[in-house]
Design a binder for this molecule. Structure first.
Ligand SMILES: NC(=O)c1ccc[n+]([C@@H]2O[C@H](COP(=O)([O-])OP(=O)(O)OC[C@H]3O[C@@H](n4cnc5c(N)ncnc54)[C@H](OP(=O)(O)O)[C@@H]3O)[C@@H](O)[C@H]2O)c1
Length: 225
């Protein structure tokens, strides 16, 4: 049975990813901060194992890696993320920057370092990082310095991991899920969660070793760093 670990699986894109993979017969290790409150996640049909995990908690990440020791993870999906304060130039909340980096940047690297061995013993051997087009320096844009810089840093981590883990046969890919109707994306967002995840699934299914180190939108088009 192919196996995936997803962070931030209790709502938004992570919840829909969990539903989608579980429906297709995957074993899903669905991680969330508070399983007690994750009613929708606990109601997902299929082989779904819910784990408590705050991705900023290094001891908890190490503990989960130990609990899953010996297991093969076809995909590690670093999905959990936060936006932080939605402020423009002149209004930056410097105290809010570090917590956003802890979740969006430090945690995906820690997860990769903790679970690379599990991924390396699988068939698919994929580490997927949920980035954003807002982290693309080439695409540019205004405001949201904290979020943009965190996703740009995550992009650099994805690219560097793709070099460091290639020898183990692991491919590392960054994704932009679209502007998605979730708590983060808001009601004005243009893409429904299901459509984003359907697109992501198609791109993921088609990934090959030559895509290692790539940055893709949910509709399959390649994004510039
Ligand atoms: N929605 C968009 O338009 C959009 C666009 C581009 C990129 N993205 C990216 O897509 C990913 C998912 O976003 P979304 O739209 O689904 O957002 P969302 O609905 O706000 O969900 C965010 C998820 O991340 C989890 N999370 C936050 N901090 C965490 C922590 N410290 N430990 C563990 N989990 C944590 C949340 O858990 P709690 O419920 O416990 O808070 C929640 O499950 C994010 O990385 C986001 O940056 C989204």
């Amino acid at each position: 049975m192919p196996t995936i670990l997803i962070t931030g699986a209790n709502r938004g894109i992570g919840l829909e990813l969990t539903r989608s993979f579980a429906k297709d017969g995957w074993r899903v290790h669905a991680c969330c901060r508070d399983p007690e409150r994750a009613k929708e996640l606990r109601a997902v049909d299929g082989t779904v194992v819910v784990h408590p995990l705050d991705v900023t908690d290094g001891a908890a990440v190490a503990g989960l890696a130990r609990d899953l020791k010996g297991e093969a993870l076809d995909i590690l999906f670093n999905n959990a993320g936060v936006y932080g304060p939605r402020t423009g130039f002149g209004k930056t909340d410097y105290d809010a920057w570090q917590p956003v980096f802890s979740i969006n940047v430090f945690a995906p690297l820690r997860m990769a370092e903790s679970f690379a061995a599990h991924v390396a013993r699988s068939d698919r051997k994929l580490i997927l990082n949920m980035s954003s087009v807002m982290g693309s320096i080439a695409e540019g844009g205004s405001g949201s310095y904290i979020y943009r810089s965190s996703k740009a840093a995550l992009n650099m981590i994805s690219k560097t991991l793709s070099v460091d883990l290639a020898g183990q046969g692991i491919a590392v890919v960054a994704f932009h899920p679209g502007w998605v109707q979730t708590d983060m994306g808001g009601e004005q967002a243009t893409v429904e969660v299901r459509d984003s995840v359907r697109g992501l699934r198609q791109v993921i299914d088609g990934l090959t070793a030559k895509d290692n180190g790539g940055f893709f939108a949910y509709d399959g088009h390649k994004l510039p760093w």
